[in-house]
Structures are given as C-alpha cells and as structure tokens.
Design a protein around this ligand. Sequence first.
Ligand code: DCP
Ligand code: CA
Length: 398
Amino acid sequence: MVVSTYMFLPIAHLDLDAFFASVEQKLNPSLHGKPVIVGGVDPQGREVNRGVVATASYEARKFGVASGMPIYQARKLCPHGVFLRGNFKEYHAFSKRVFNVIAKYTPFVEQSNLDEGFLHFSGFEELYPDTVRIAGQIRQEIKEVVGLTASVGLGTSKVTAKIACDLAKPDGLLAISEANRESIIFPLPVSKLPGVGPKTEAILKALSITTISDLVNKKESIVHCLGKHGANLYLSATGIDNIWFQEGDRIKSIGRSTTFLRNSNEKRYILPILFKLCDEVFDELWLKELTASCFTVTLRDHTFKTRTLERTYGTPVDRLRDLYEVASSLFFSLWDKKTHVRLVGIRASRLRARSDDDKRYRRIFENIYKLKRKYGEGIVTSALTLDSGNSPMEQLFL
Ligand code: DCP
Ligand code: CA
C-alpha cells in the first residue's frame, strides 16, 4: 500500500519484511518467490524435535505458516516449503547494513529490534519538508544497497507510526496524519492496537468492544475493568504515546534459551549447551558494544516446572569465561543433578555501553568473530563444547 501525500510527519517506524526469511532469499537467489521457513531445523534442513517457526516468507504465510508455530505443523501446511535453520550472524550483519543506511538520514534512531526501529525527524522540518518522500527514499536505498524490503509507517506519535507500519506490510509505506488518523485507525479490530494480546482481546470482547472505535467510545468501562492498562489502551487508540512508547526505549536484556532435543540429566549433555547459549549472548553483547551486570538462568524440567534464578554484580561481567561461570553456578543452584532437564536459558540485563579500555579482549573477540564468519561457526570452539568429558571447567562440578 503506498499513499503519496506530501507532508511533514515527525516519526517513522521501519520494520523489515519477513526478516530472517528475506535474508535467506537474498543470500540464495534461487529461493526468491519460494515459501521459505526459518526455524527449528538443523544445518542440513532436518527437523529438530519440538522446533518452532522463527519466521516465514510471505509466500509461506499464504499457506497459514506463522511465527511460533511448531515446525511439524508448518510442514503439514506447506509441504513444498524450504525449511532452513537460522544464521544469527548473517541477520546481525544485514541489520547493521540497514541501520547504516538509516543513519545517513537521521541520527535520532531508536532501534527496538534487529529489524525495526523508530526514526525521528523532529527539528528537520526545513531539511525534510516532506518526510513521506524521505521515507520512500530510505525504503528505496535499503532495497538497492542491502537488497531487503522494509515497510514504513509515518505518524505524529510512535503509536500511530507503528500502527501505520503494520498496516503497510509487506513492502509498503503508509502515512497517518491528524487528518486521516480516525478514519484509518478507528475501524480496525482492537487486536491491531499495541498492548492488546489475546487475553485483553477476550476481556474487551466481553465488554462488546471489538473495534478501536468501540474502545474510544467506552473509555469509562475499560478504565473501570482494566485500570491503568485500560487508560493506556485509550491513549494508544487516540494516537497518544504512553507506557508502551516511552522516549528512549532501549534494549533491556539479551537472552537465549533452548529446548533440548531430548530431556537430559547428564552434565555432559547440558553444560555444553549452556556454554553455547552463553557464547551467543556474549557475542551479541560484544556486537552491540554492551556489558551486563545482572544474569538470569532459567531451567525447565521434564514436568514443565520452570524456575529462574538471578544474580546482580557490582561490576559488569565482560569475559565469556566469567559469563559461563556465573551461568553455570546459577544453573547448579537450580538443579539437583538428578532431575531431567527440558530447557535452559540465560539472560543478561542491566546493560551498559562498553568502555573501550580493554583492547586486548576486544582484539581476541574480533579475531574469533572474523574466523567464525569466514570459516563457519564451528571453526573456533571451547573445550567445553567438545564431548570429551575431560573439560577442565566441567571438572569443577564433578
Ligand atoms: N522472530 C523469531 N521468533 C518469533 C518472532 C520473530 O525468531 N516468534 C525473529 C524472526 C523474524 C524477526 O525476529 O524474522 C523479526 O520479527 P518480526 O516480528 O518483525 O517478523 P518478520 O520480520 O519475520 O515479519 P514481518 O515483520 O514482515 O511481519
Ligand atoms: Ca519485521
């Protein structure tokens, strides 16, 4: 959907279309136009137990394939689909290229995810009297330089820009101004409003509220029933930023978790996986030039009982070895060494910008990262990820 009106709207929301799947199609042009599903499959494309779909190309979505769906279900809906395992490093590299293009147009960018962010043009009225045109230019440059399609929504607030972007998808541009805001937003179902998940949707339905216009007209009942949450929904519905769209939204944590191929109570099986998750979290912290001082480990056992444990440190943990030690010590506080484990996760929070004072570790990390990109993930590994049983770290816990 392209709306070609000429106007200055101060905020844009940009979101790449079917991000992981589009990167895969870009890397392998023979996948263009084909249903591509990225998710819980191994590097050979074989199905992994209990794997879920991370994302699907729009060609695959036509068959009903959606994010979060079990892979086996996606295979039933789309048996001719191309199933691929994701490659986080590539996605990160593409994301960086996209945000480098954006940075040429405005320095005021709040990146909320690898593939999306808000762009602010306030104060640029002279430079960009027509931000709709600028948004079109950014989309075009991303297409030409990076080879991906981005959808963009423009508005007078973040919430309207976000809604506009969702409506524009895929490969579209939509501007919501004060003049057309009510006619575009009010007829939409409440589920299109940020902050409305399936639970809230059911509560609203019980109040006979199905469209955003119903919600605006029944302000008293939603505030009565949902309290502050209701008041925030009302603000979103009228295009006013609130709790979900505060100034300076930043990444608050970086985490990874994985469900095992089989439940296990063997240290030799569990610890290398925990290490791998730490490695991924650590890579992302480095790439984003962040450090963390709070860590949370999650353990789900074979009965689905889930427990978490968190520890905060006075100084940031900035070496992979230290991160792994923190994670494994939290893990051993949660685990009795007998219960079969189904899932582990590690999350780093209390993030701060990394200072550049430790150049030596930076060089080591950068070289490892370069090697991994050149020769593949497996080229550099820790003794822990080898199934030797003699890893010195593992001995610590015997
Ligand atoms: N992602 C994931 N698991 C999910 C949802 C998303 O791993 N349950 C990953 C894959 C997506 C990326 O994050 O490609 C961005 O998520 P989006 O929700 O923006 O979805 P897409 O970019 O895939 O599709 P679109 O934005 O076009 O709807
Ligand atoms: Ca996206």
